[in-house]
Design a protein around this ligand. Structure first.
Ligand SMILES: *Cc1c(COP(=O)(O)O)cnc(C)c1O
Length: 326
């Protein structure tokens, strides 16, 4: 039911240096899903193992998907699809004057067709998908559409699988809470389902990094958990176990706060633990903040979901870049 795009288990380590440097009163373990691959690094490829299996089974030749201009999901999709011999069309939310760098550079390099949409056009993405699909099909192509972030119930199974992997790597009975960033919700929903299926009672805490409210995300998580039953996964989960927290979004989606930037810079400099400005810095800050109160002397697990290429967009945010030209 899935492809093996990720070639080995990603490690779980204890972040000793981070604990010491920040003088944390709890232990932090990390599931290193920034190591799911090189060009396919991050959480999205776990969903793509299921989604692209389905695409190949349906004999398509072209994959459509969508996201922000620096979408990790679109980059992972473009790379993985090309490795499988499929073409991709990416529908990206355009910003003014977008330089081709970071994830967008990689999208171009693997030969994706890129369609830039305004914020307003992007709101009708489903209509755009269906009209573009019709056009492509009229020229003989077979198209598979992957929703934003790969977050449908099938994609979310990637994190049911990740939770199973984790359950063989450490004693989940010792873990009080598992934290991850929440964007399109598939990672969180899959993780929560996977933890319960693995028999873990750890709290699953999602940190919202988008403009949509935590309540909206909870509804989506609930819907995804129900739809997973189509694939034979139906853990019993009460509504109050779906814990998605607001308060760490910063100024806007993909815009880090001063505290996020400070955390990225100091952890890199002092411990070489790298966070990205869109997802993991916000999620890690949320994890540290809430754990100080709730999980004193306990163990937490942070799921590092990747995002490294976003760091290459605006280097001046992380180091002083000399302006001298010679
Ligand atoms: C997409 C993404 C997330 C959020 O995962 P969702 O399943 O969309 O909620 C977290 N971290 C990184 C680096 C991502 O690219």
């Amino acid at each position: 039911m899935r492809l093996r795009i990720i070639k080995c288990e990603t490690p779980v380590t204890r972040l000793n240096a981070v604990e010491e440097f920040l003088e944390l009163p709890f232990k932090v373990y990390c599931k290193h899903d920034e190591l799911t691959g090189f060009l396919t690094s991050g959480n999205k490829v776990r969903k793509l193992e299921f989604l692209l299996y389905d695409a190949l089974r349906k004999n398509v030749d072209t994959v459509f998907t969508c996201g922000g201009i620096q979408s990790n999901h679109c980059r992972a999709t473009a790379v993985a699809a090309r490795q499988l011999g499929l073409d991709t069309v990416l529908f990206l939310r355009k910003k003014e004057d977008t330089p081709i760098q970071g994830n967008l550079l990689l999208d171009h390099m693997v030969g994706s067709r890129i369609e830039y949409l305004t914020e307003e056009e992007y709101r009708d993405i489903d209509a755009i998908f269906s009209s573009e699909k019709k056009i492509a099909e009229s020229t003989g192509k077979k198209v598979y559409v992957i929703p934003e972030g790969g977050s449908n119930a099938l994609g979310a199974l990637g994190y049911v699988e990740a939770a199973r992997e984790i359950s063989h790597q450490l004693d989940l009975d010792e873990i009080s809470a598992v934290y991850c960033a929440v964007g399109s919700v598939g990672t969180y929903a899959g993780m929560l389902a996977g933890l319960r299926l693995a028999g873990s009672k750890a709290r699953a805490l999602g940190i919202n990094v988008t403009a949509a409210s935590a309540e909206t995300h909870r509804e989506k998580a609930k819907a995804l958990l129900q739809e997973m039953a189509h694939y034979g996964f139906s853990p019993r989960i009460r509504d109050k176990e779906i814990e998605i927290l607001d308060g760490f979004q910063g100024p806007a989606y993909a815009v880090p706060s001063a505290e996020d930037l400070d955390l990225i810079r100091t952890l890199a400099k002092r411990t070489a633990f790298f966070l990205d400005p869109v997802y993991t810095a916000k999620a890690f800050r949320g994890a540290l903040y809430t754990s100080r109160e709730q999980f004193r002397n306990k163990n937490i697990l942070f799921v590092h979901t990747g995002g490294i290429f976003s760091l290459f967009q605006e280097p001046q945010k992380y180091v002083e870049v000399p302006t001298r030209s010679m």
